[in-house]
Unconditional design. Structure first.
Length: 500
């Protein structure tokens, strides 16, 4: 039984690479459980339900008696050669420094790292609507636009590439090795779908200039960078911010090609991103525009208004909102813009999270503490509890803000008491609290006082860990307990000091 063909018949071909990587054949397939499917990266409940039902049918078929018949065997039409000419966005993702890692690590350790890396790639690529076509050691080849095509395949590919550059360095390996990737993408016509190889080596091949160009662009990228072709840049429009790499000569290509580095996303709506040039005047929407303006006047008078624009795609809903903003240019107002995308249907708070990131001007390469500083600057003073909640929403360590305030109070109080320069050093505390300043030096009177806090790093989310209680005790020796712990709730204080 061809498991890949079986998945394609179910319309779940995006999981074919994961099944192949984990050696799921016809003998293992009938024994798979819901937990096994989760481990294989089948995150959607609907897909798991389809697979479980189909696996039950396979199990029943396997246990059925073989009919005594001379009828010819059924032909698996799905496994036939179904090559197609398609517009395709091809992604090449390469693990940086894998050769040096292989030379330094034991093969079993290297296998573990590659496995974690491959699973991360498969999850992010399939989540974005892509198809993992092939694993090539430390490289991953993926298609966007095959076997299922979307109108925004180029955008999906770039978003997946950016997600990979952020996610791979955060992967946890037992060797505590920091991983990085470089990614190249190109868009163009290709013939894809030819069945190549036999048995476990069988795969869907692709022919054309597009995969070659994507591979060359990947080699051009620096660690942590995403480099795309001019055709991909044209299709993604203003959705992302770019760095112009100019025309570059690539091996195997006769003429120089224009290359772009993707540096991040923009705060434009999808409509604005696809219409970077000036727009023609809006015609035939005067009545709708006047309705919006009347509602705006009511809102200005203190009567809040909500307006829903609903209609078929392409009739001008986004264009109408752009015209409304143009009409309001002469008036003082604060715009809050929230963008929903089909790529984040599983994240209900994504529009709010992205708006907060734009408002705080958070950058992809910002450290966690730099992001926290920007978030604090965004909010008004005295909103400590709001900062804690929003930090958790933005995946910034919730304890950072509170801990830094405690440390600042501690250093200031010690300096006032001694009248001397204070040196505060923390050891092995990075994973627990991630202090903004590992080494804090504050100017003061001549001389110095050294305070060393050296404790084992507890789990980042374990508020009851003895190490954190020990830290609290040492701080209480210099400040009033109520002042030290005022930034924590009663429940959090009890959990932290339970083992004191």
């Amino acid at each position: 039984m061809d498991v890949g063909a079986w998945l394609r018949r179910l319309g779940l071909e995006q999981y074919e690479a994961s099944f192949r990587e984990n050696k799921i054949d016809d003998t293992v397939l009938p024994k798979l459980t819901a937990e096994d499917l989760k481990d294989l990266g089948v995150g959607l409940v609907g897909d798991r339900r389809k697979l479980l039902d189909a696996i039950a049918a396979v199990r029943a078929e396997a246990s059925a008696p073989t009919p005594l018949s001379d009828a010819p065997l059924a032909i698996d039409n799905a496994a036939k050669d179904t090559a197609e000419r398609r517009q395709l966005t091809v992604m090449f993702c390469d693990l940086v420094g894998s050769t040096a890692l292989s030379a330094r690590l034991d093969p079993e350790d290297m296998r573990e790292i590659i496995g974690v890396y491959h699973r991360c790639c498969a999850n992010l690529i399939t989540k974005a609507g892509g198809f993992v076509a092939k694993y090539m050691g430390d490289g991953v080849l993926a298609y966007f636009g095959y076997p299922q095509a979307h109108e925004d395949d180029a955008e999906r590919g770039v978003r997946a590439a950016l997600a990979l550059t952020e996610a791979v360095p955060k992967l946890h390996t037992e060797r505590d090795t920091t991983l990085q990737v470089r990614v190249g993408l190109a868009t163009g016509l290709a013939v894809v779908g030819d069945l190549i190889g036999e048995g476990d080596a069988r795969e869907r091949g692709v022919v054309g200039d597009t995969p070659n160009l994507a591979a060359r662009l990947q080699a051009l990228a620096e660690p942590g960078q995403v480099v795309i072709s001019n055709s991909t840049r044209h299709l993604t429009g203003g959705t992302f911010s770019y760095g112009d790499l100019g025309k570059v000569r690539l091996k195997g290509l006769a003429d120089p090609v224009q290359a772009w580095q993707v540096t991040g996303t923009t705060e434009q709506s999808r409509f604005e991103a696809q219409h970077e040039s000036s727009l023609t005047p809006l015609v035939g929407r005067e009545e709708e525009l006047e309705l919006l303006l009347r509602r705006w006047q009511r809102a200005k008078s203190g009567e809040g208004q909500v307006v829903l624009l609903s209609g078929e795609p392409g009739i001008g809903k986004s264009r109408l909102t752009v015209t409304l903003e143009e009409r309001l240019q002469g008036e003082p107002y604060t715009p809050l813009r929230y963008f929903c995308t089909p790529q984040h249907t599983d994240s209900a708070l994504y529009p709010i999270i992205s708006q907060l990131e734009r408002a705080a001007q958070l950058e992809r390469n910002d450290t966690r503490n730099a992001k926290l500083d920007k978030l604090i600057a965004l909010l008004a003073p005295g909103q400590e509890r709001d900062i804690q909640l929003l930090a958790e929403l933005l995946s910034i360590a919730a304890l950072d803000y509170q801990t830094r305030k405690i440390m600042q109070r501690y250093v200031l109080a010690t300096r006032e008491r001694t009248g001397a320069t204070v040196l505060l050093v923390t050891h092995d505390l990075a994973e627990a609290l991630t202090l903004a300043d590992r080494l804090v030096l504050m100017s003061g009177a001549p001389g110095s006082v050294q305070e060393v806090i050296d404790i084992a790093a507890p789990h980042p989310r374990d508020l009851s860990h003895p190490a954190l209680a020990e830290l609290m005790r040492k701080l209480e020796a210099h400040l009033e307990a109520e002042a030290v712990l005022s930034e924590f709730t009663a429940d959090e204080r009890g959990r932290m000091l339970a083992n004191a």
